[in-house]
Write a protein that binds this ligand. Structure first.
Ligand SMILES: Cc1ncc(COP(=O)(O)O)c(C=O)c1O
Length: 362
């Protein structure tokens, strides 16, 4: 693999993970089901709930993945949005907004927020741990149901999970998935898995720009199939085995070590803030901005230097002070030399920016 061609970030490449140990506590999960993606896990859980209870409104956080918002809006016509500041670790959900006949999706925002579920009459709560799989909030969740998109943490082409946390008290069962009866050969999820799997293999061996374009194209074709498929397709046994092999791997230990390393070398900035969380480990190096122009300038600077951050998420306009977030990947793929490169590049932008600011003040 050549980092000077593929750069840093974006999708995982195919990599052997047998050397990565499992976490010790895997019993928090209780009943669970695996899926091709996180959105199917959400949909499945909502239909399980609807079989037992009439729901007035389904509430999603305002600041949330726009593709999932759109996808869920195609499926359910009772969706409403509530406000929460994703960039203030201390800000919590205002539960007084909801009735006991509502359903609330709470996000753990990159593993740094902990949602306290109220006692007494309250809505059903589904917690989304897509960017905090195996974080403290995920393992200690007391929500009625939890879900996660696994492909954001595990190096697998696709993957999602729904579970009933052992510490929850909800009596509604999580039903096993029914076979959708789609023709195996034209099944869009099998196709999407194969296309992304190939893209990951191409990325792992990529030595030139043409191959780089090929893996990026493959990945976006696989992603389009997801966006256009509403039906929940059960996993093929071989795909399930690939996900299960990686399900409890302790990928977070690498993130903690890498974040600790990089934070020691980052120059302080007047322009952005790094979101860390109290005694928690975030999804990656999370950099939040107030200003759209500075945000896009920074993003472009990183891309020019072959660092490909994830924008989490576009198309969200919120009233809070900080509004835009980039995640710079610092997972198990990276060694100290990579982290030094990432840090040096960010510092270069910070210094350039403070120079521009000084010039303007003179
Ligand atoms: C917070 C969050 N939840 C759920 C999902 C859905 O996951 P998937 O893409 O695996 O369907 C995503 C991303 O796409 C996400 O960002």
């Amino acid at each position: 693999m050549q980092k000077n061609v593929i750069g840093y970030g974006s999708i995982f490449h195919k990599e052997d993970t047998t050397h990565i140990k499992n976490i010790s506590n895997t019993t928090f999960i209780g009943e669970h089901e695996l899926f091709y993606a996180g959105r199917y896990a959400i949909k499945h859980v909502i239909y399980c709930i609807l079989e037992y209870k009439n729901i007035n409104q389904i509430w999603l956080p305002n600041y949330y993945c726009p593709y999932v918002k759109n996808w869920l809006e195609q499926e359910f016509n009772t969706i409403k949005y509530y406000d929460i500041d994703p960039f203030d670790v201390a800000d919590t959900i205002d539960w007084s907004l909801f009735s006991p006949n509502d359903l609330v999706i709470a996000n753990n925002y990159w593993g740094v927020k902990e949602n306290k579920i109220p006692n007494g009459d309250r809505p059903i709560v589904i917690e989304d741990h897509s960017h905090g799989w195996l974080s403290k909030g995920c393992i200690e969740s007391k929500a009625d149901f939890c879900i996660a998109s696994l492909r954001k943490t595990l190096p697998v082409p696709l993957g999602g999970i729904a579970w009933k946390p052992e510490m929850g008290t909800c009596k509604i069962p999580l039903k096993p998935l029914k076979n959708a009866g789609l023709n195996a050969e034209i099944n869009p999820m099998h196709l999407s898995w194969d296309i992304i799997d190939n893209a990951m293999k191409t990325k792992a061996t990529c030595t030139n720009n043409e191959e780089k374009i090929a893996f990026l194209l493959g990945y976006s074709q696989g992603e389009t199939l997801l966006r256009n498929t509403q039906e929940i397709v059960p996993l093929l046994a071989k795909h399930e085995a690939d996900i299960r092999k990686n399900l409890f791997k302790d990928f977070n230990t690498y993130k903690i070590a890498n974040l600790t390393f990089i934070l020691k070398t980052l120059e302080p900035s007047q322009t952005f803030k790094v979101i860390i969380g109290n005694n928690k480990f975030p999804f990656g190096l999370l950099i939040a901005f107030k200003d759209w122009e500075l945000f896009t300038n920074f993003k472009q600077f990183l891309i020019t230097n072959m660092i490909y951050p994830a924008e989490l998420w576009p198309q969200n306009r919120i009233a809070q002070e900080y509004k835009f977030l980039l995640n710079i990947h610092i997972d198990f793929r990276y060694n100290e030399a990579d982290l030094e490169y990432i840090s040096k590049t960010i510092n270069q932008w910070t210094l350039q920016q403070s120079y521009i600011n000084t010039e303007q003040e003179l």
